[in-house]
Design a protein around this ligand. Structure first.
Ligand code: SAH
Length: 468
């Protein structure tokens, strides 16, 4: 089975950066059931096509088969949940919405053409249209004849699917990741709680408003009603948040900030970037300081690479919301052991914060009065002293590009300050120097040539032993 993804925006080979696969090379990944390859059938400035080819070993597949029909089937040859496992492995970084070399490309919509062959569509061509058109695709579905030599035998159940849209590569991969197994309507692996998170993670930003979300959730989770309930709870949670009764002013301000930034789903990019960075750094025990309602915690929990996760916030109410969103009460024992929520302030030395590989402060420092940052620096870098600290904060220079933000205003009613890139760098460099951390910076969100990215991240790291 084969997926081709073509970009026609010059320089089309930017696709290579977005997929994290150099067009000059052949890439492959070994999987339990076969092998996946990525290669480029075309890599010119005007047109660049990446191909994901999955070769399934039919013998490996039937090992342990119980029923005779398991031995002869279409599994090796159609796009199915095997393909999405392969996508997860070989396009993991791109699926996480991350691009190391050219982060500004992630949010760029490109003219994409996608072909998937072969697909079995339960519900025929009509379902292909109903699933992909609401997401903005022009859909072409060619039903394949049962046998080329005997047209009178009629059509088979199989299709070649063509999609065209202006979309980000991240969105397009997420759509395929979720919808291919939905079309196929069979999954080769056990469906458990983790599938709910996977569905919501990859469905973020589009599933909630998709007219066919009922069908998508139901098929993706193989009609397991307890999982479907969980998924809808969470989807509706997000919707319900919009009408949550007693809102504090802080929450209102936070919503205003979110609305302002919404077209770019900047917060999502930020959280994905932080989670990916924590993973790249190889950290296993992570503190989320000022964890708020637990959005980063949820991402970390979904990845077993993170063994111990602790969220701290000064706001009791935020922690309550985090606890209910994460369903701590109902979490299976083993999972429950990985996470802890605690109330506390970043301005006071706290023994509970020591011994972690990393700490993340996502959009937190700007909520503190400028003179109190010195206290935070000591708590964080001197006492807690994790090997890595990730700090994100808005870039004030970008504010002029938000069409609805009056000049000179900050994005959020509770922000005590918003820094330019130079101001942030000078704070971070000074703190790093004082406490012996090396500091590097990354933009968060699409980079404007003049004003930079909407948000910025500093990565503080203790020098590795032996020094570099
Ligand atoms: N990191 C979260 C929330 C950001 S909002 C996210 O990205 O979604 C800022 C958070 O910092 C709020 O939840 C607020 O309660 C928390 N906060 C503010 N001052 C704090 C302090 N002194 N100690 C700990 N948390 C604090």
């Amino acid at each position: 089975m084969l997926i081709r993804i073509t970009n026609t925006a010059e320089p089309a080979t930017d696709l290579g950066f977005l997929l994290h696969k150099n067009p000059a090379n052949l890439h492959s990944a070994d999987l339990a059931f076969g092998k996946a390859y990525v290669f480029y059938s075309n890599a010119a400035a005007q047109r660049c096509t990446a191909c994901l080819l999955l070769e399934i070993d039919p013998v490996e597949l039937v090992r342990g088969a119980q029923r005779p029909e398991d031995y002869v089937n279409d599994r090796p040859y159609v796009a199915s949940s095997y393909l999405t496992v392969a996508m997860g492995r070989i396009f993991g970084t791109a699926l996480a919405g991350h691009c190391q070399k050219r982060p500004e490309l992630v949010a760029t919509k490109l003219p994409l053409e996608i072909t998937v062959e072969v697909i079995r569509s339960r519900g025929g061509a009509e379902i292909l249209h109903r699933l992909f058109e609401p997401l903005g695709y022009r859909v072409g579905a060619a039903q394949l004849p049962l046998d080329d030599n005997f047209p009178e035998w009629g059509e088979s159940r199989y299709f070649r699917l063509n999609l065209e849209a202006r979309a980000t590569v991240h969105d397009a991969l997420s759509h395929l990741y979720v919808l291919l197994p939905v079309l196929d309507d069979e999954k080769h692996y056990y469906i458990g709680d983790a599938e709910v998170d996977k569905l919501l993670r990859h469905g973020e930003g589009w599933l909630r408003n998709h007219p066919e979300r009922q069908l998508i959730v139901s098929r993706y989770l193989r009609r397991r009603s307890s999982l479907m309930d969980q998924a809808f709870d969470k989807l509706l949670d997000e919707e319900g948040a919009a009408v949550e009764a007693a809102e504090s002013n802080l929450e209102k301000a936070a919503r205003a900030e979110k609305d302002l930034e919404r077209p770019m789903t900047l917060h999502t990019q930020r959280l994905n970037l932080v989670a990916a960075k924590l993973k790249d750094l190889g950290t296993k025990t992570v503190l989320d300081l000022g964890c708020g309602e637990g959005k980063l915690l949820r991402r970390l929990l979904a990845d077993r690479a993170f063994e111990q996760i602790a969220g701290m916030d000064v706001s009791h109410r935020s922690l309550e919301i985090a606890s209910s969103r994460l369903r701590l009460e109902r979490m299976p024992e083993r999972q429950r052991k990985r996470i802890r929520l605690m109330q506390g302030s970043l301005l006071y030395r706290d023994k509970r914060l020591s011994g972690f590989d990393a700490a993340a402060l996502v959009e937190v420092i700007e909520h503190l009065d400028r003179p109190r940052l010195a206290a935070l620096e000591r708590v964080l870098f001197e006492f807690a002293r994790p090997r890595h600290v990730l700090v994100t904060t808005p870039n004030r220079e970008y504010n002029v590009l938000f069409p609805t933000l009056p000049p000179g205003k900050l994005r959020h009613g509770d922000h005590r300050f918003e820094w330019t890139r130079a101001e942030f760098a000078s704070w971070a460099d000074a703190a790093g120097a004082r406490f012996g951390y090396q500091v590097s910076f990354e933009p968060v969100g699409p980079v404007d040539a003049q004003h930079g990215a909407p948000s910025q991240m500093a990565v503080f790291s203790l020098p590795t032993e032996g020094g570099e």
